[in-house]
Ligand binder design. Structure first.
Ligand code: SF4
Length: 209
């Protein structure tokens, strides 16, 4: 396997054994879906809206809480910029590995491009070095030939704030090295050791010995 997503790298960092269950053995374990439902709905709605679809009927199905969040996103300053694409799959090659994922949205203001990521829960604890930030910025940078500036924006809908990360030359190199090293670690891992610090909330803990 030489093609990695942010979730794969994050899972391996949490626990190599969990990575083994999920991505090598491909064992699916049911998870409590409730906390993710709101996020899924908002993401789907945002995608239809940005594509120019009529969402008036869908808006009527939202709960009061969902509608409040949706209005926050709709009025966000970055959501008003020129639409380029949404639910957009992008990948890039980092030495002998591929890394990629699906961006919530890509918008622009002239030749300044913005990757938007909406969060109905919390944004990552270390956003500059989150796998999603690094991989999406590297992938978009390789793909956008007319890009003069590229920024990742976490739209934090819980606190109604934006967290911005610009891709600088220094970060580009740092990110590529970091991602390559993370992929290399997975490749080298033979036994997929357990990291028992994260067992309490792990969906595989009933089958893990
Ligand atoms: S239960 Fe613990 S050791 Fe097993 S996969 Fe999950 S986090 Fe890793």
């Amino acid at each position: 396997m030489n093609n990695f997503s942010p979730n794969m790298l994050k899972t391996f960092k949490e626990c190599p054994k969990k990575y083994y269950y999920k991505y090598v053995q491909k064992i699916s374990v049911p998870q409590k879906s409730t906390p993710f439902e709101k996020g899924k709905k908002i993401h789907a709605l945002a995608n239809y809206y940005l594509r120019g679809d009529d969402i008036s009927k869908l808006e009527k199905t939202l709960t009061k809480d969902e509608l409040y969040i949706w209005e926050l996103l709709k009025s966000n300053e970055y959501f008003q910029k020129t639409y380029v694409n949404s639910e957009y799959n992008l990948s890039c090659k980092i030495k002998d590995f591929w890394a990629g994922g699906r961006l919530d949205a890509l918008v622009k203001d002239g030749n300044h491009y913005y990757i938007l990521d909406y969060k109905t829960g919390s944004i990552p604890k270390n956003p500059e070095f989150d796998y999603q930030t690094m991989i999406y910025l590297l992938a978009a940078d390789k793909f956008l030939t007319d890009c003069e500036m590229l920024t990742f924006v976490y739209i934090d809908l819980k606190n109604n704030t934006n967290y911005k990360i610009d891709l600088t030359d220094e970060r580009k190199k740092q990110y590529a090295d970091f991602i390559w090293q993370s992929c290399e670690n997975i490749k080298k891992e033979i036994n997929f050791m357990q990291n028992q610090q994260n067992c309490k909330y792990c969906e595989y803990n009933k089958l893990c010995c």
